[in-house]
Structures are given as structure tokens and as C-alpha cells.
Design a protein around this ligand. Structure first.
Ligand code: C2E
Ligand code: MG
Ligand code: MG
Ligand code: MG
Length: 285
């Protein structure tokens, strides 16, 4: 498309925008096939309980290696899925894979729970609760081993409908977490409207912990409020032993982040959990 061909002074030829447009076009088109052929796969990042040092849970994170464009960030392809009506199919593929992994661990006697991320359009879909139920029927797993992570921003819009869905999935025995807490309006009044199990403290607070007494104070206050509401608190994006120590002192329940491990395959999770949990048992004696 050249400027003369378009013939409008509104349309300047911008190679960067054209690149973005064709990239989006290609990704939109290929995402459909990628979901259908299960080319989207899950990696897992462990969470460690600070009191016992035990790893008993992981977060599942979706990955897509595009044949031509290489690894695509989930932030990018989840947004595309949302915009092109594919959020439900993407979400159900993630749920299926997580339940299959829970079943494999059940059969091997490995006690780990999995948290999966739920996108806005996925939870807004009228069949959302039904889809969760259907995923749980794929294997005889304990529903309590599945946790759904919902971002704070989802709860702010249309919260009545979502609060209802959250209550229904919790009735199935599934756990629910509020993700990236502190990035949105972070009003605890929203949190109170929902019956939740877990609060995930956004990594922006954690990265400031060692350098800002203000951040330490905020985290301390959030922990107090969360514990009053009987929520388990997970700190996201923990990268240094110093951050871990502060979180431990403040009484945070779990840490997650690259300090412990980056997101890895299920096989690697089994090795990490075995090593860390053996150490935890030995130091308790
Ligand atoms: P999230 O749910 O908040 O996930 C945590 C993100 O932080 C992950 O990025 C993880 O790799 C990254 N992370 C973990 N430890 C550290 C650390 O120590 N330092 C830093 N700087 N980052 C760390 P990732 O995997 O790129 O995912 C980004 C976001 O994409 C997720 O944020 C989540 O909102 C979304 N997402 C990922 N997988 C799925 C999925 O299956 N479904 C949906 N709906 N969203 C997903
Ligand atoms: Mg998450
Ligand atoms: Mg998060
Ligand atoms: Mg986050």
C-alpha cells in the first residue's frame, strides 16, 4: 500500500504499523489451528509454602511456539483469543491439559495442585461453569486440586454475574484465586464480594520490597487484611533471597518466582518438588 494508491492525507504509510497488522493477521489465523491441534502447551511454575518450605502447588502457564515467528507471549495470544472469539476454546484446552496432568500425578502418587489462568471472556461465557464441570469429569481427580486464577480487573466489571459463577465453581470444590492483586483498583471491597481462597500479590510490590519501606508497609497491610478474610497469600515474581526473607518475616504464605524456578515442564517440576520437599522434611526433623 503506497501513499499515492491510498490517496488520502490521513493515511501515512507506516511500515511498523503494517508489520503489526500483518503479524496480528498471521497470529489470528494460526491461533485457531494451534488451539485445535493442541500446539499450545503448558509449562508449570512451582509455589513454595514459606512455613514448611514444601512445594505443593504449581501455576500452569500457556506457551505457543509459532512455526515462523517463534515463541509468542501468552499476553499477546490470550489478547488475540479474546478479540477473535477464541477465549473459550483456548481456556478449555488449557483446562483439559491441566486436568490430564493432575490425573497423571494422581496415578504416580505425586501430590501437587494446579492453578490455571482464566481470561475475561472465558469467565463471562454463559457456559463457563459447565465447562469447568466438564473438565473435572475427564478424570477422577479431587476438584480441590484445581485452582482458577482470575485477575482483579475482571472482578471490577460486571461483578454480579462473575461473583455468581465464582460461587458456583467453588461449590464444585474448585479453588479460586485473585491474580495480580494490587495492579487494578485493589479495593478489598471487591474481594469481599467474592468468596475466594487465594490472593496473589502482584510482582510489582515484590520487586520494590528490598528498596522501599513503603512497599514493605503495603505488603504488610495487605497480608493482614487478606488473613482477616481467611485468604492464602502467594507472592508473585520472587527473584531474590532477600525478598523471600522479608516475605517470610511478614508472614506471607507462599512464594512463586524465578528464585525457586522459572516455569518448566511437568517432568522438571517432579524433580524440583522431590528435591525441595526432601530437603524440607529433613530440616523439619
Ligand atoms: P500471570 O498469571 O500473572 O503469571 C505470572 C507471570 O510472571 C508469568 O509470565 C511468569 O512466567 C512470570 N514470572 C514468574 N516468575 C517471575 C519472576 O521471578 N520475575 C518476573 N519478572 N516474572 C516472573 P508469562 O508466562 O509470560 O504469562 C504472562 C501472563 O499471561 C500471565 O500472568 C497470565 O495473565 C497470562 N497467561 C499465561 N498463561 C495463560 C493461560 O493459560 N490462560 C490465560 N487466560 N492467561 C494466561
Ligand atoms: Mg496467574
Ligand atoms: Mg499473576
Ligand atoms: Mg502478574
Amino acid at each position: 500500500v503506497s501513499k499515492t494508491l491510498v490517496g488520502s492525507n490521513l493515511t501515512e504509510y507506516d511500515p511498523e504499523t503494517m508489520d503489526n497488522l500483518s503479524r496480528n493477521f498471521e497470529l489470528e489465523h494460526d491461533l485457531r489451528d494451534a488451539i485445535a491441534n493442541e500446539q499450545l502447551f503448558l509449562v508449570y511454575q512451582p509455589k513454595q509454602q514459606l512455613k514448611t518450605r514444601v512445594i505443593d502447588s504449581v501455576e500452569a502457564l500457556a506457551r505457543w511456539h509459532h512455526p515462523r515467528l517463534g515463541p509468542i507471549s501468552p499476553l499477546e495470544f490470550v489478547a488475540i483469543a479474546e478479540d477473535t472469539g477464541q477465549a473459550r476454546t483456548l481456556g478449555n484446552s488449557v483446562l483439559r491439559q491441566a486436568v490430564k496432568q493432575l490425573e497423571a500425578w494422581r496415578q504416580d502418587g505425586i501430590e501437587l495442585s494446579i492453578a490455571v489462568n482464566i481470561s475475561p471472556a472465558q469467565i463471562m461465557h454463559p457456559d463457563f461453569v459447565h465447562d469447568i464441570e466438564a473438565a473435572l469429569k475427564l478424570a477422577p481427580i479431587d476438584p480441590g486440586l484445581l485452582e482458577l486464577e482470575i485477575t482483579e480487573s475482571i472482578m471490577i466489571g460486571n461483578h454480579h454475574h462473575i461473583a455468581e459463577s465464582v460461587a458456583e465453581v467453588r461449590d464444585l470444590g474448585v479453588r479460586v484465586a485473585i491474580d495480580d492483586f494490587g495492579t487494578g483498583y485493589s479495593s478489598l471491597s471487591y474481594v469481599r464480594k467474592f468468596t475466594l481462597d487465594t490472593l496473589k500479590l502482584d510482582k510489582s510490590f515484590i520487586s520494590d520490597l528490598e528498596h522501599s519501606s513503603e512497599s514493605t508497609g503495603i505488603v504488610d497491610a495487605i497480608l493482614m487484611l487478606a488473613h482477616t478474610l481467611k485468604l492464602t497469600v502467594v507472592a508473585e515474581g520472587v527473584e531474590t533471597p532477600g525478598q523471600m526473607l522479608i516475605l517470610s518475616t511478614l508472614g506471607c504464605d507462599y512464594i512463586q518466582g524465578n528464585l525457586l524456578s522459572e516455569p518448566v515442564s511437568a517432568d522438571q517440576i517432579e524433580r524440583i518438588a522431590t528435591r525441595v520437599n526432601t530437603d524440607a522434611l529433613l530440616t523439619q526433623k
